[in-house]
Ligand binder design. Sequence first.
Ligand SMILES: [Zn+2]
Length: 419
Amino acid sequence: MEHRRNQPQRHIVLTSHPGGSRPRHPPVKWGAATAVERGPVIASLSDVGHRNAIGAHAGSYAVYRALAVAAGQLSAYHVPDLTNTSPAQAIGPHPQWFDPDKIVSMDPFGHVVSEVFAEHLDRGMDVRPTIAVTKARIKMPELVDAMRAGRLKADGSVLLESGDARVTKVAIEPVWYLPGIAKRFGITEHELRRGLFEHTGGMFPELVTRHDLKVFLPPINGQTVYLLGDPAALTDPDRKVACRVHDECNGSDVFGSDICTCRPYLTHGIEECIRTAQDNGVGLVIYNRKEGRALGEVTKFLVYNARKRQPGGDRADAYFERTECVAGVQDMRFQELMPDVFHWLGVTRIDRMVSMSNMKSDAIRRAGVEIVEQIPIPDELIPDDAKVEMDAKKAAGYFTPVVPTAEELGVAKGRGLTD
Ligand SMILES: [Zn+2]
């Protein structure tokens, strides 16, 4: 009966009520002056008595982990061996880490738990990283094209003759400090907790029964940072920071689908990042897993069909309306939380922001990060079928030097479904 020992306990342990005994979990003091005073965030399930957070590790992948345990393929008591997993590049600490309002959607100590919470780990607490930092090379055909066209030149450091670019990449899982999230949206913590509980079908009862637990690891996707050039330039006022904040679009980013401008924007952003890095600065690509404006890919594809089948064809003046008809809203990306990553990286000024989205730049400025210059995508990099999206965005007030007229917006520029 070897496999029995790897299964969860036979009786269900409800974490929704703390029980009579004194809690064994360490407190979390968000924004405290030191890491030890802040305390570790413990959401692992190998010893539920130590938990001081709601939810489970790994974002949306927590559900696969639960399935692996249920299927008997993973021990419920497996504790990760963190030998040699420490960051390949030091990041922080920065003053922003110790301000409870600046970072509310990630754990600033998420990459250094083995170091700053070594004592807790030694005492048998299963503290897990929520951030991982590694190094790699990336190679994209558009960067090789840019080298051929003479827009980029190899320097042997950031960009190699082969077209490979050297990057530091950082994976970040969401860790929400509930009072801080509520404050960001101007609602009460109670309203936030109740909304999250009820509209996930009652997935996390502790949201409404355990107001003593202030940290929640939501089952959503996280983000990845690609850093090009010297990370020391991020906090050096004399060196420039270029940045592309990119929200995931699998169809375009990976498969090259031409209905939108996502991949051209991404590769143009990386190109600008490389140029700034080569100019003694640093480039940042923040890749957020928020598919289809965080409405999801099913909604997105439904909207594509609705756009192409509507009377008058696919045109800019009905672009946002069709999205709202299907999803009920135009956008659920909540850019209010996006700037946290800049505070984590210690960035206070972005010299070159490669984006036309005012939603993004406004959110960054509201968070107290200066933006010096906003760089639009050059027209020659926009695919033909994506002209509808570009016109709709410009007309909706996205950053652009030239705003299209009402007449132009009513012209169908997108392909039909079978073209
Ligand atoms: Zn796209």
